[in-house]
Write a protein that binds this ligand. Structure first.
Ligand SMILES: [Mg+2]
Length: 373
C-alpha cells in the first residue's frame, strides 16, 4: 500500500496568555502559535494526520522553513513509498536533509512521521497505543507550565492551575540563578505534586552546579537542559557531581545522540519530545533503549495541538510512563483543529479507542486558522 497524496496546512492557532523561556517569548496572543498540519492519504483512501510545531526561539526551525522543507524536499520523496515502512521514510528524509550537529530539521520530519503512523493505524484499524504494544487504552497525567518571574506570580499561577485540576508543575528558569532559586522555593512550598525546572540551556556550568545544589535542598524532582545544547562534556561533569536527575531536551534529536549521552553518563533522565526526535519511530527506539537502560522518562512537547499531543501520549501510555508530561497545549491554546475535544479531565488525559491517533481533524478549522506561505 503506497502513500498517494500529502497536503500541507500552515496555521496560526489562537494562543492564550504569555509564554517565555530563558531564550525569550515563545508564545503570545498577538502572534498565535505556528503549526503545520499534514494530511497523508494512501491508495485505499485511508487518511493520517501529522503536526509540526516550529518554535523559532526554541530551535532553528521556523513556520516558513518547515513548510518549504516539506513542500520542496520531503513530500516529493514520501509520495509513492510503502505506508508500512516508517524506517525507510526516515532513512530517505535523513539522506535528503543532512544533519548539522545532530538530525537536521527534526520538527519538519516529525509531521510526516506522525501522519504515517496515524495512517498505519487506520489501515490496520488499531489505535496507536495498540500498535506500540499496549493492550488497553491508558491515561497520561499532564503538568502545568509555570512561567512567572516573581514568587507571588508563581503562587498565583499554581492557584489558577489547581482550579483547573492540575497537581504537577514544570517551571521555566535559566534567566538568573538567585531569582530562579527563589521561584523554585515558592513553587515547592505551594505545590502538592511534582515540581521540576527547565533552564532551556540558560546557565554556565558553575551556575548549574549552584542551582542543582539548591534544587536538592528544596526537593525539585529534575533539572532539565541546564546548559547549552552542545556542551556534552559539561553535562557529564554536572551529572557526576549532583544528585538531582539531569535531563537533556534540546541536545537530543536522534537515537545516536541518546547512545552518546549514555556512554558519557551525561543524562540520567530521558526527556522524550516526539517532534524534537523527528517523530514517533525514532522516539520509540529511544523509549526502548531508556527502558532497557533503566533510564527514567519525562514526557515533553512544544505546546502541541491535539495531533502531536496525542502522538506523544500514545507512546507515553504504551510504555507506562508515570511522571507527569509537560504537554502544555491545553494550558495555552485557545483553539485546536480536532473535530471533538481531547478526553481531558483536570490534568488527566484518557487516550481514545479509535484507530491511529483516535481523532479526526476538522478541515474547516484548518482553513479558518490558515496562513499563506
Ligand atoms: Mg525542555
Amino acid at each position: 500500500m503506497k502513500i498517494a497524496d500529502i497536503r500541507l496546512y500552515p496555521v496560526r492557532l489562537p494562543f492564550e496568555g504569555h509564554f517565555a523561556t530563558s531564550r525569550g517569548t515563545v508564545g503570545a496572543a498577538a502572534t498565535g502559535l505556528p503549526k503545520v498540519f499534514v494530511k497523508m492519504s494512501d491508495e485505499a483512501g485511508h487518511v493520517g494526520w501529522g503536526e509540526a510545531g516550529p518554535s523559532h526561539r526554541w530551535s532553528y526551525e521556523t513556520l516558513e522553513s518547515v513548510v518549504t522543507t516539506l513542500r520542496h524536499y520531503l513530500i516529493p520523496l514520501a509520495l509513492g513509498r510503502d505506508i508500512f515502512d516508517p524506517d525507510g521514510l526516515h532513512r530517505a528524509m535523513d539522506a535528503e536533509i543532512a544533519p548539522g550537529l545532530t538530525r537536521g530539521q527534526p520538527i519538519a520530519k516529525a509531521a510526516l512521521d506522525i501522519a504515517l503512523h496515524d495512517l498505519i493505524g487506520h489501515a490496520l484499524s488499531i489505535p496507536l497505543w495498540a500498535f506500540f504494544g499496549c493492550r488497553r487504552a491508558g491515561q497520561v497525567t499532564l503538568s502545568f507550565t509555570l512561567t512567572a518571574r516573581s514568587p507571588e506570580g508563581i503562587e498565583r499561577e499554581i492557584a489558577e492551575a489547581e482550579e483547573r485540576g492540575y497537581r504537577h508543575y514544570n517551571m521555566k528558569i535559566g534567566a538568573n540563578p538567585s531569582e530562579d532559586i527563589a521561584l523554585m522555593a515558592a513553587a515547592r512550598a505551594r505545590a502538592t505534586g511534582v515540581v521540576w525546572a527547565d533552564a532551556n540551556g540558560g546557565y554556565t556550568l558553575p551556575q548549574a552546579l549552584a542551582v542543582a545544589k539548591a534544587m536538592e535542598d528544596l526537593g525539585i524532582s529534575a533539572f532539565e537542559q541546564p546548559l547549552p545544547a552542545n556542551r556534552w562534556s559539561d553535562y557529564a561533569e554536572l551529572a557526576r557531581r549532583v544528585r538531582v536527575p539531569v535531563g537533556v531536551d534540546e541536545s537530543l534529536c536522534s537515537v545516536g545522540d541518546l547512545l552518546e549521552l549514555l556512554r558519557l553518563g551525561a543524562s540520567p533522565l530521558f526527556v522524550m519530545k516526539v517532534t524534537r526526535m523527528g517523530g514517533l519511530r525514532p522516539a520509540r527506539i529511544c523509549m526502548d533503549i531508556a527502558d532497557h537502560a533503566g533510564l527514567p522518562v519525562l514526557g515533553s512537547g512544544l505546546t502541541d495541538a491535539g495531533v502531536s499531543l496525542l502522538a506523544s501520549c500514545h507512546l507515553l501510555a504504551a510504555y507506562g510512563v508515570s511522571m507527569p508530561a509537560a504537554l502544555n497545549g491545553p494550558q495555552f491554546l485557545g483553539g485546536d483543529v480536532l473535530e471533538s475535544p481531547l478526553l481531558l479531565e483536570g490534568d488527566t488525559l484518557t487516550l481514545p479507542e479509535g484507530p491511529g491517533l483516535g481523532v479526526s481533524v476538522d478541515e474547516e478549522k484548518l482553513i479558518r486558522y490558515r496562513v499563506d506561505i
